[in-house]
Design a protein around this ligand. Sequence first.
Ligand code: GRF
Length: 206
Amino acid sequence: MKQLAVFVSGRGSNFRTVHKGIQAGEIPATVTLVVSDKPQCPAADYARGHGIEVVHYPSPDITPDNLKHHLKDRDIDLILLAGYLKMVPAEVVQSFPRAILNIHPALLPAFGGKGYYGHRVHEEVIASGAKVSGVSIHFVDEEYDHGPIVAQLVVPVHHDDTPDSLAERVLSFEHQLYPKVVGALCRGEIYWRDDGVPYIDPPIVL
Ligand code: GRF
């Protein structure tokens, strides 16, 4: 059973989907801790409502080192970013090698990086004329949306899409893919090629 910390900033629909997968026995894990830069956001409310500790970070009274030690003291095995808008401090990234996942609502390495979050991602996809977008799940390094990609899904872009309609379509695929990838990680089904590229075996079936 893996102990998870989930980092959130807002709505928390991916967090809730993963949590439901845990409750349904599909993911051998428990959510021990939630970290949020916005401790009153719906995702943090959901955590408190389920008896999960919420840590406010960044906040004036907690340093990156404090956060790292807190995660270690609580025996966290894996960290999931689920709509967390802040950079994970380097101290934490370095202490959790190959153990931090992020979900991004486009096909990385396109349409990612600093500032590419929320509606901006979908606006830019539509403006580019791309006919497909998608979901990317990647391991986290010290740059935004940059670490090794472990899973992707392609989602069509329609000619009359608005950022809202595309976001909604992509999100429905996020909710399918993230719990499956988290389950694979918790079960030890993610392996690494010699060149540092991760892959899932057995492959995910949606
Ligand atoms: C999702 O689109 C996710 O890909 C991105 O931020 C959004 C978070 O949504 N990183 P939610 O808070 O999980 O509902």
